[in-house]
Design a binder for this molecule. Sequence first.
Ligand code: ADP
Ligand code: ADP
Length: 237
Amino acid sequence: NNNIITAENVRLYYGKHEALHGIDLDFPEKQITALIGPSGSGKSTFLRSLNRMNDLIPDVTVTGTIRLDGSDIYSPQTDTVELRKRVGMVFQQPNPFPFSVYENVTYGLRLAGVKDKKLLDQRVEESLKLAAVWDETKDHLKDNALSFSGGQQQRICIARVLAVKPEIILLDEPTSALDPVSSAKVEDSLLAIKNQYTIAIVTHNMQQASRISDRTAFFLNGKLIEVDNTANIFLNP
Ligand code: ADP
Ligand code: ADP
């Protein structure tokens, strides 16, 4: 199995506080890896180290090695804007831009200079379909994304990430801010893209991990204490 990301002995410090104590974890191609564990165990910190979101926080130090397709993402040559396109991220709070659905989904492509209307239209439809929100948006592509429900907004955010065809998608508690029905729809969208995308998802919801993931990584006190096929983890608790 080909690994999209390999993390080796990752330590992360907030100032002097060591939040990750040497994490080794790989992300195999086209698998969903769930990161679970109690609040404060380092799941979100580790996830954010995978696309250098932590660089945005002052006084963060990362040691160890994280490779994306073999290249060290913490090397001085890394263009972090480019990195974050290759390693896309979806947050706990849906955060669509206050523009139309169409503008949201085409945002990354337009930044990259794509002007071909046909290609943009095609990518919008494809991404919204993959994110399981096409039926609800196809007649409202010009409406402001913020006029949709929280669950729809979150799926629009997933479509926005999918549109730039990232190599891996990171999701940080993507359903915790949603009601159960919306949450189930977001899960559906993840199940729909399963086998086509490599995904890492932080969740505190064990049932969600067992429903959608192929592998589960269990964090405790800044350490990775177990990683196995999800079926094994939940059969032998
Ligand atoms: P989880 O996602 O498992 O809830 P976090 O990664 O958010 O855990 O937190 C891991 C540890 O790092 C906790 O002790 C938390 O207080 C600390 N931490 C998280 N974010 C910051 C930050 N921006 N500054 C300082 N400490 C932080
Ligand atoms: P989450 O459940 O998403 O991990 P938290 O409540 O742990 O959210 O953290 C909310 C925000 O506060 C995050 O941006 C996190 O980085 C930051 N944070 C968490 N713990 C600390 C801390 N000890 N010191 C400073 N910032 C923190």
